[in-house]
Design a protein around this ligand. Structure first.
Ligand code: SAH
Ligand code: SF4
Length: 409
């Protein structure tokens, strides 16, 4: 089923060269990665006025309408020209799996046949959470008014986890994407398309509230496309997600963490995959640590321009026998001292390519207790959608393997 249509590339005039260069760049971006200003430039040679750029952008991003014929506030001639340019496809949903907890995993296929996954995770009512597991909500501040709205309208808030690369070059040994290696970067167009497709799959009572860049790939390794996508997702004329409701998760690419801090003034949520408290252990689990060792990473985190009342999320995947001792929990307490953080513990999700496995529950709770006793907010991330292999690190490269029962009720 096709959900996202691509308006084919605008014709590029042969002169003058600066205009041509600009149009070539915009054409290369793909339709979902164009800002209102980009669209205005595209539409100009097609007979459009500058404000039509904003109108077209609003149709695509705010209303998810991708058929030019339906864009009623555009002049008929422009609609016809856009339709006549022809439609191709940015991505299609190759498969959708619904887990027993309503988590949905979408396998999306791109123009070259590569597939990535994006996951819709509805927030469970607090009452259904088995204590002491957390709410799995990746935005932490000031949720009180939302609770009131949710209760009154019975709106279910959904977090969408999106991918930024096909595979990943970082090679973390506990992660399916890392084991597979990098196939290619995703374009901003493809990154944004996941959200537009995701919104089309929401149930009536659901609302997209948070987007986390925790799917396949290392977002900061694909910096330009990721940042362009973030700017479009937060654009006030488009989907208009609040930047504090977007979280970029990174294995620790220090120069790009610094850039992200500058580019968004610290307003985009930052999650760091730490997973170890000493360089030797971390380098074994995450080869990127050899390039940016812990001390360099920690000073980048201290320098991150966090707004008041915001915290950095520290992700710590507990891998049995590797990083999960109580001694390591104590070292983590010391390492994080003075940093505004919350800690998410993720018992490792088993992957086919590795014999590494999760810490047992008593070990997880003991680890958590050491952190909470030291005053940290420390949560255990529930495994949402693990019956459809949609949990962290399990996203597959080429189609979901039918080794699990899918509950479609
Ligand atoms: N590349 C980014 C974001 C994608 S991975 C990053 O590494 O942060 C999102 C999170 O899932 C990271 O914290 C990652 O370490 C974790 N993860 C990867 N594989 C996992 C697995 N098998 N079990 C549990 N967590 C895993
Ligand atoms: Fe890449 Fe993140 Fe997986 Fe590491 S954990 S291999 S950085 S996706």
């Amino acid at each position: 089923m096709d959900y996202v249509a691509r308006v084919s590339e605008p014709e590029v005039p042969t002169s003058p060269s600066p205009v041509r260069r600009s149009l070539t760049r915009i054409a290369e971006l793909g339709p979902l990665a164009r800002s209102p200003e980009d669209w205005a430039k595209v539409l100009g040679p097609l007979g459009g006025r500058p404000f039509h750029g904003k109108q077209l952008f609003r149709w695509i991003h705010a209303r998810s309408v991708l058929d030019p014929a339906l864009m009623l506030d555009l002049p008929v001639s422009l609609r016809q020209t856009l339709s006549a340019l022809g439609l191709a496809h940015t991505l299609t949903i190759a498969e959708e799996r619904r887990s027993s907890d309503s988590t949905r995993k979408l396998l999306v296929k791109m123009h070259d046949g590569s597939t990535v996954e994006t996951v819709l995770i509805p927030r469970l009512p607090q009452s259904k959470l088995p204590s002491p597991l957390d709410s799995d909500d990746d935005t932490d501040e000031d949720e009180s008014d939302d609770e009131t709205v949710s209760a009154a309208n019975e709106t279910v808030r959904v977090t969408q986890c999106i991918s930024t690369q096909v595979g990943c070059a970082m090679g973390c040994i506990f992660c399916a994407s890392g084991v597979a290696g990098l196939k290619r970067h995703m374009s901003a167009d493809e990154i944004v398309a996941q959200v537009i497709v995701g919104r089309s799959r929401l149930d009536k009572n659901e609302e997209l509230r948070n987007v986390v860049l925790m799917g396949m790939g290392e977002p900061l390794h694909n910096y330009e496309s990721t940042v362009r996508a973030l700017k479009l997702l937060t654009h006030p004329d488009g989907i208009a997600l609040s930047s504090r409701r977007i979280t970029v998760s990174t294995s620790g690419l220090v120069p790009e963490i610094e850039r992200l801090g500058k580019d968004f003034g610290g307003n985009i949520g930052l999650a760091i995959s730490l997973h170890a408290t000493d360089n030797e252990t971390r380098s074994k689990l995450m080869p990127i640590n050899r390039k940016y060792p812990l001390e360099v990473l920690m000073s980048a985190l201290r320098a991150y321009p966090l707004p008041k009342r915001r915290r950095i999320t520290i992700e710590y995947t507990l891998v049995a026998g590797r990083n999960d001792s109580q001694g390591e929990a104590k070292k983590l307490v010391k390492l994080l001292r003075g940093l505004p953080v919350k800690v998410n513990l993720i018992p490792m999700n088993p992957i086919e390519a590795s014999t590494l496995g999760p810490t047992d529950w008593s070990g997880v709770f003991a680890f958590q207790k050491i952190l909470t006793d030291a005053g940290y907010s420390c949560f255990i991330r529930r495994q949402r959608g693990d019956d459809v292999a949609a949990a962290c690190g399990q996203l597959a490269l080429s189609g979901a393997k039918a080794k699990v029962r899918v509950d479609r009720s």
